[in-house]
Design a protein around this ligand. Sequence first.
Ligand code: AMP
Length: 217
Amino acid sequence: MNLVLLGPPGSGKGTLAKLLSSELSIPHISTGDILREEAKAGTLLGKEAAPSMKKGELVPDHLVLEVMKARLKKPDCQKGFLLDGFPRTLRQALGLDDMLTSSTKSIDLAFRFEVSSDCLLRRLRGRLICPECGADFNLHTKPPQKDLICDFCESQLHQRPDDAPEVILNRLKVYREQTTPIEEHYAKQGKLRKINGESCPDSILKNALSILQSEKR
Ligand code: AMP
């Protein structure tokens, strides 16, 4: 299965991606994670991407497409993959289609997460990450056992810089303006499936699996 997860920041794409990835044994590919790692390592790509990420803007399409072209060629993608945070523009969606067509593959389904603006803002404001091991927490839905300390490696938890209130609003605006149009791209191909992103992670996983099951029939 080659799957795309579509939805604004905070809609639960990453959480479902982790659960589905272990259920289906296919890799979870998050462009946000890849770009943050590049920025942390100070690579040329990371340096080019960092200013846009800091402002909550999109990293230029040609850079993201280059990264994804290399990532999707890796052997772990041969049996399928879950894309979280890519594509984010129509140009990226068309670029992805071209990459896949040249290896006789295609996207099977795109899940679109439906979450109210209030819920998105609450989730994003409560989100915390561990800068050392990358574990994620949420003050409202998945709090750490000790205040602001990672359950796994005991490092101090941080807010992602782009989860700062003014950047959050920009990221939601960028999603509405630049990413929403690609829903139509998948809808036209009969591949868009809606998911209620406000339920608990287990129900969301069950819903996604039942959609996948009914597609196989
Ligand atoms: P995320 O972790 O998916 O919220 O992504 C964090 C940031 O990385 C975004 O706000 C963008 O600056 C950048 N980014 C991630 N994926 C993409 C993409 N497909 N296209 C452009 N920029 C991206």
